[in-house]
Design a protein. Structure first.
Length: 469
């Protein structure tokens, strides 16, 4: 009853705040309105459901192989006790996970009850009718989305409908060794120019120390890097319409979906990659998400672009040279850019082809798996990410790592942004094209101009074939 009252008060606060010209999430707003998150309430452990879920064969999930989902796996027995049934999860890497979701969509009946979707996939999957809209359940059960990071909720919407519930919000930040930068009398870099200079100063291959680690591996890893770096220079990878917070991806259509590989921002992103390539570890062209985080955590690299999803390698390992000595910043900006932190993460969704008799039970499981109680449980068992403000403000959670508060502050200040890798139809194709064509630039086999021209031709063909313009 207390939780229901707090949720009700939170919704009322959100409705009344604008009427009085007060931002409910501002300091003034928190003083005026009741806010469960602002009271730093300790969230209780999840309770056993009053009635076991009736799902023949148990709950079947298709998930990502990362620390949050691994925490869920380690909690398997506890979750089974809570739900009163067996849980069967199949964990995949990012590209294999998307392929498995697409394959499952081709079946007459879904093999999985819940699928974990990377936030940028929602536009693609929803536009193809692969995911089930959740609005009727959300309205019926008064499921409160106001505690979630707004950008995560927006990323799981398409054409005005909600298709997923966020499970984790994982920004990509710049990690840097505070002790090494202080020793070199360098300020933490907030611009691309400053980062290049810092990487040059810190780069010392003779001592086995390198300036910066980042995603340069061919395909999806490099495609993500390129998309984020374009955003540094003020331009999304497609021609989105500007709005007051950056760019509007929720209603993108027609010319707004045209790829922007021939833009000034795309060229500058490639130039920047060639600059930092000189100050990167020798295996940089094989480096993806885990490898770059490990390079930094091991002390090999002095700086790294890193998702908070993999921050446990730094924050929880007392043997790491970076433990207790790491600073975190939004992406350093380039010309025409502003301080932003590209958002990543996963949300749980229900396949559109799920058998009718399983839907209600699966929706109940989805609500509980994404609850504040569960989110805290994942963090206490090895994760470091949450999409919920209330969980970030829990004293037991915030005490685990300063990173929790850093991300929470970024979410409240709208620094977290989804438009650098927007959840629009066709985005996975564009990222793949970027990751393959631009790899030839890093490998020294093609000029920037030629690679971007080829990428634009390929991308235009894909988007035109799908009838977007």
């Amino acid at each position: 009853m207390i939780e229901e009252w707090e949720a009700y008060a939170h919704r009322i606060k959100g409705l009344l705040g604008p009427l009085f010209g007060v931002d409910p999430e501002s300091e003034t707003g928190r003083r005026i309105f009741l806010d469960a998150a602002a009271t730093d309430r300790v969230i209780s452990p999840p309770a056993v459901l009053s009635a076991r879920l009736e799902l023949k064969g148990g709950l079947r999930g298709l998930i990502h192989a990362d620390p949050t989902f691994m925490a869920m796996h380690n909690l398997k027995q506890q979750l089974e006790s809570i739900f009163g049934l067996e849980i069967h999860n199949s964990a995949r890497s990012i590209d294999d996970l998307l392929e498995a979701i697409l394959t499952n969509a081709g079946r007459a009946k879904s093999r999985y009850d819940l699928v974990a979707c990377d936030l940028p996939w929602f536009g693609e999957l929803a536009s193809k009718g692969i995911l089930m809209p959740l609005d009727r359940f959300i309205r019926r059960d008064a499921f409160d989305l106001s505690d979630f990071h707004p950008v995560a909720v927006q990323s799981t919407r398409y054409a005005g409908q909600q298709y997923g519930i966020p499970l984790q919000t994982t920004p990509e930040l710049l990690c840097y060794r505070k002790d090494i930068l202080e020793e070199a009398q360098l300020e933490p870099p907030t611009t691309t120019e400053a980062l290049i200079k810092a990487a040059r100063r810190l780069h010392d291959p003779a001592r086995g120390r390198y300036g910066i680690a980042w995603n340069a591996a061919r395909g999806t890893p490099l495609g993500h890097t390129f998309s984020f770096l374009m955003a540094k220079f003020g331009q999304p990878i497609v021609n989105l319409r500007r709005d007051e917070k950056g760019y509007d991806f929720q209603q993108a259509s027609g010319e707004e979906l045209r790829p922007m590989f021939l833009s000034d921002a795309a060229y500058r992103a490639c130039e920047y990659m060639l600059d930092i390539l000189k100050y990167s570890p020798p295996n940089i062209l094989n480096m993806a998400w885990y490898e770059r985080a490990q390079s930094y955590a091991s002390g090999e690299s002095c700086m790294a672009y890193c998702y908070t999803l993999l921050a446990p390698l730094i924050e929880f390992d007392r043997q790491s040279p970076a433990w207790g000595k790491t600073g975190y910043l939004p992406h350093p900006i380039g010309n025409h850019g502003r301080a932003i932190t590209p958002i990543g993460g996963y949300a749980l969704a229900i396949p559109a082809n799920l058998s009718e008799e399983r839907i209600e039970g699966v929706w109940t499981a989805l609500r509980h798996l994404t609850s504040a109680n569960m989110s805290k449980l994942y963090i206490l068992n090895g994760s470091l990410v949450t999409p919920r403000f209330s969980v970030s403000r829990d004293p037991e959670v915030s005490a685990l790592s300063p990173l929790i508060g850093i991300v929470d502050d970024m979410a409240r200040q709208d620094i977290l942004q989804a438009w650098p890798r927007p959840p629009v139809p066709g985005i996975t194709d564009l990222i793949s094209i970027a990751g393959h064509e631009i790899f030839e630039v890093l490998d020294g086999r093609r000029s920037i101009k030629k690679a971007l021209s080829l990428a634009q031709d390929r991308a235009d063909r894909v988007m035109r074939d799908r009838g977007f313009y």
